[in-house]
Design a protein around this ligand. Sequence first.
Ligand code: THU
Length: 130
Amino acid sequence: MDLRQAALDVRERAYVPYSGFKVGAALRTASGTVYSGCNVENVAYPEGTCAEAGAIAAMIAGGDTEIAEVYVVADSPEPVTPCGGCRQKIAEFARSDVTVTMGTTDGLEQSATVADILPGAFANKHMDRT
Ligand code: THU
């Protein structure tokens, strides 16, 4: 399945009464399954849950844990990069060389690795005293 198309499709279902800004995310796992997510806002926390977090939650619920590729799309002048929290969430389940592609609905694309978007990531090794 085409990751961009999956992200575009799920983006249509975003629930964004506060920002009006729809985001779609899709990821392919090492096993080849594609999971997708859209942003879901709420009145108490208007920023809600990001599309990337939704795709990751779907992946975990589906029994997968290894991200091989990520695509994020929004209707913005420049490709939208994942927020800080989502960068850490992606890094939890992806190797540092995994590609994250950010796209606009107009067709602009920009790619980066997980290491590019989260340099110096906090990791288990920082808690290792042995
Ligand atoms: N948002 C995402 O879903 N992913 C991103 O990478 C950036 C921001 C959402 C959160 C909120 O619903 C809206 O975009 C505006 O911040």
